[in-house]
Design a protein around this ligand. Structure first.
Ligand code: GLU
Length: 510
């Protein structure tokens, strides 16, 4: 079998979209599964779309999610350089080869001439206004002009592009590992520009040349590149590389959460969820887009979620570590149908991963939040808090957001609970309870519970009837983690002070 060599080949045109992370992940899983090589190549030949900082962002994103690069811009390798803008002479050589063998030609058409062609065809009622076999002989190129003329124009420094001479007809087939047989009639393909007038190759030429030179075995990429694939097949054929052509796998689209249409940044913004792995500040607009990381997602949960967007293991198992994904992954189990980007499922994965972490690990999230608020807390206390909260959190920052009451006494009380549960019985029990707690030096959950039982029994009032009132006086809220443990963590003094404060500030029930 051919050695597995795959590449992730993003263009640095902005933040890495979450769909790009999925593409990188599937490449990585295949490489690791077969002890192959994962390559990171930067496709930056379109200088007009270059965005500063984007390459760095791509690197950091892959690092955060745990996709390791074996070869490429970060790791070096036998095929350096891995940034296409640094490989210009290589592409020039192959463009020349195509010209010499008659598969490509020089075109000198100005923008006005191109525009005139389109208008002419439109006026003639043609639905297809492409530069192609049907039109090329009416244009300003080396197929029409004499050889001397062409040489003279080039020598005179006239601007030109190099175009591929796509045949007038004939079916082009390709076997896609996900879509099966894909065929296109070459009359549908225009004479694509391979080299631009600035001497840079276009994506098509650079991509094919590099995949060949880097000995890529599988091209795994998004469905949006499927229409380009037949053209790439032609290029492999004309360059004499058909035998070395990689296998193609075009991944299904990512759909909006409701399944209607392609997922976009606009949807994510509107529905309030991230679409980029890390925070991204657009260098032009200055606009900040929040990342999955900064929104409180764990990278393992995000990877698990992304793995399932288009692939499934064929079993009921849902929780997969990266190692388990590598083990289970196969291109055969990727579907054709678009994958719904169900953000609630992403949250579910996050909950599962948070729950499974040790209190020690989780405490770091809380301690980070506390540091930002300049609140002191011992590691031991943070661990205890995380331990009783971890069943209830979705995001890493929830330990702080839903656990503020551990550090700040309530300034207000849940009105519904007060209306329903703050009654004479509650006041009687809480008054006696705080007196009893006040006698204790240290408070444990067991002691808090036993003391409450004693007080309510003595007063002849059911504990269940006053529990909500006790909780609201301690935390301000209607729900939360285990109340007895909460009181243990707060300590007897704080518990007494909070109950006293509630008794003093809340209106006496009539
Ligand atoms: N540079 C292309 C992109 O930005 C890569 C497409 C491919 O993998 O061939 O997605």
């Amino acid at each position: 079998m051919r050695e597995i060599r795959v590449r992730f080949a993003p263009s640095p045109t902005g933040a890495l979209h979450i769909g790009g992370v999925r593409t990188a992940l599937y490449n990585y899983l295949l490489a690791r599964k077969h002890k192959g090589t994962m390559i990171l190549r930067i496709e930056d030949t379109d200088q007009t779309r270059f965005v500063p900082g984007a390459e760095e962002y791509i690197k950091q994103s892959l690092e955060w999610v745990g996709i390791k690069i074996d070869e490429g811009i970060t790791a070096g390798g036998a095929h350096e350089p891995y940034r296409q803008s640094e490989r210009k002479p290589i592409y020039k050589e192959y463009a020349q080869k195509l010209i010499d063998s008659g598969y490509a030609y020089y075109a000198f058409d100005t923008n006005e001439e191109l525009e005139a062609m389109r208008n002419r065809l439109k006026a003639a009622g043609s639905s297809n206004q492409q530069y192609s076999a049907a039109t090329r002989m009416d244009m300003n190129n080396s197929l029409v002009n004499s050889e001397e003329d062409t040489k003279r124009k080039i020598a005179a420094g006239e601007a030109y592009v190099i175009r591929l001479k796509v045949p007038a007809e004939g079916e082009i087939h390709l076997q896609d590992l996900i879509r099966g047989d894909v065929k296109v009639d070459s009359s549908q393909i225009d004479d694509k520009v391979l080299m631009k007038s600035d001497g840079m190759p276009t994506y098509h030429l650079a991509n094919v040349v590099d995949d060949y030179l880097m000995n890529i075995s599988h091209v795994i990429r998004g469905e949006e590149w499927l229409p380009s694939a037949p053209l790439h097949v032609l290029l492999y054929r004309y360059l004499g590389w058909e035998k070395e052509m990689p296998q193609f796998a075009h991944l299904p689209l990512l759909l909006k959460p409701d399944g209607n249409g392609k997922l976009s940044k606009r949807d994510a913004d509107q529905m309030g969820f991230p679409i980029f792995p890390l925070n991204w500040t657009d260098p032009n607009s200055g606009e900040l887009a929040k990342g999955f990381r900064e929104s409180g997602y764990l990278s393992e949960a995000l990877i698990n979620f992304l793995a399932f967007l288009g692939w499934n293991p064929g079993s009921e198992q849902e929780i997969f570590s990266m190692e388990e994904l590598i083990d289970a992954f196969s291109l055969e189990r990727i579907g054709k149908a678009g994958a719904r980007f169900d953000i609630q499922k992403a949250q579910w994965f996050n909950q599962q991963y948070l729950k499974a972490k040790s209190n020690e690990e989780l405490s770091n999230y809380l301690l980070d939040s506390l540091k930002a608020e300049s609140i002191e807390c011992s590691k031991e206390k943070a661990e205890k808090i995380c331990g009783i909260m971890k069943e209830r959190v979705t995001f890493t920052h929830d330990f702080w957001l839903h656990g503020k009451f551990f550090f700040i006494a309530p300034a207000s009380y849940d009105e519904q609970v007060i209306a329903k549960k703050w009654n004479a019985d509650a006041v009687t029990v809480l008054t006696a309870y705080s007196q009893e707690i006040n006698k204790l030096n240290s408070l444990t959950a067991e002691l808090a519970k036993a003391t409450l039982e004693t007080v309510t029994t003595n007063l002849g009032i059911g504990t269940g009837k006053i529990l909500q009132a006790l909780r609201v006086s301690i935390t301000g809220g209607a729900s939360g983690p285990d109340l007895m443990m909460t009181m243990e963590i707060l300590g007897s003094k704080e518990v007494v002070s909070r109950i006293q404060h509630a008794l003093n500030t809340l209106k006496k029930p009539v």
